[in-house]
Design a protein around this ligand. Structure first.
Ligand code: ADP
Ligand code: MG
Length: 324
């Protein structure tokens, strides 16, 4: 049974970045206003996420690591209506715990005792009272220590960290009202203030030069609204990793949106250069299928041509009205 558990875990938890994604979503679901992520050796040796969210009691904690348990589905109607919270499978903590050494410390908001739970290879090792601030700290150490075959698939520390950085960056950009920080091997990579505006979030994440080169996009077409920031055509990078698009607040990698943005720049970009963009596209839920593949972050549009045209026009307007 353990083996089956570990194989199943590999389907969900591919690398440190997938752990970070699941834990970050849990912190957002817990209504956190501050989320700090610290990883060691690209996340392979350790991932630690601290939040100031609603926290958990001792009973909540025991339930949280159990298989198929979630506090997030009221009934089947919630599922049919499309679940509002990010996670709803009730599998992440249990699954991560099956392939790592997991420690959770948590104290409910307004509660007076905290609890520490240790979980290893799929079993609760200990659970006891512990002094801790309100909110939750989840530590995941030695990922895949008991699944050497999977551990072998991990890339270099630098590559694994790049994936972690991308995940935390996208969540930070999508949640400007949450103060998000990221540390790698005890060095701060970035920290946002959680003031609520995208401009100051971009400044914290990408630095002053990039932030000052960005102009606002804001367009409400019938059925499609587009907002965010795009950079001056000379502020570019040689990878498209800085062209971030979100559909109904969820990060996606989508060829249609990427081409729409690039088209708006016309011939202004040098060969193989990509602008910075943080673009939020809002459409009616039935105009897009976001469940094409849970891990690939791709979407399928009902009206690809229409969306592409609206996004290109929105970005063109932004560039033109700023004399770019
Ligand atoms: P899911 O998020 O799909 O419900 P998880 O395995 O990710 O499943 O989490 C299980 C449960 O543990 C959640 O439903 C929630 O009640 C609790 N939980 C997990 N992380 C946190 C957190 N950071 N703060 C408060 N509660 C949490
Ligand atoms: Mg979850």
């Amino acid at each position: 049974e353990k083996t089956i558990q570990r194989i199943a875990a590999g389907e969900v938890v591919e690398r440190p970045a997938s752990v970070v994604k699941e834990l970050f979503e849990n912190s957002l679901d817990a209504d956190a206003t501050r989320i700090s992520v610290a990883v060691d050796a690209g996340g392979v040796e350790g991932v630690r996420i601290r939040d100031d969210g609603v926290g958990m009691s001792e009973d909540d904690l025991e339930l949280a690591v159990r298989e198929h348990t979630t506090s997030k589905i009221g009934d089947i109607e919630d599922l049919e209506a499309g679940v509002g919270t990010l996670g709803f499978r009730g599998e992440a903590l249990h699954t991560i715990g099956a392939v790592s050494r997991l420690t959770i410390r948590s104290k409910p908001r307004g509660g007076d005792v905290g609890t520490e739970l240790q979980y290893e290879g799929g079993e609760v090792e200990s659970i006891r009272p512990a002094g801790c601030p309100e909110g939750t700290v989840v530590e995941v150490d030695d990922l895949f220590y008991n699944t050497p075959a999977r551990r072998k698939f991990l890339k270099t520390t630098a590559t694994e960290f790049d994936h972690v950085n991308a995940v935390v960056t996208h969540y930070a950009l999508a949640n400007p009202d949450v103060a998000v920080s990221l540390e790698h091997d005890d060095r701060e990579v970035f920290a946002t203030e959680g003031r609520g505006d995208l401009q100051s979030t971009v400044l914290s994440v990408y630095g002053r030069e990039v932030a000052e080169s960005m102009v606002p996009v804001d367009r409400d077409a019938p059925g499609v609204s587009v907002s965010g920031l795009v950079s001056h055509p000379e502020t570019t990078r040689s990878t498209r990793d800085y062209l971030s698009t979100f559909v109904n607040d969820r990060y996606v990698t989508d060829r249609v949106l990427r081409e729409a943005v690039l088209d708006a720049y016309g011939g202004q970009l040098d060969a193989d250069r990509y602008p910075f963009a943080v673009l939020f596209v809002e459409v009616a839920p039935d105009a897009v299928d976001v469940n094409v593949h849970p891990r690939k972050m791709e979407v399928r549009w009902d009206d690809e041509t229409g969306v592409k045209r609206d996004v290109t026009e929105a970005v063109e307007d932004a560039l033109l009205s700023n004399g770019l």
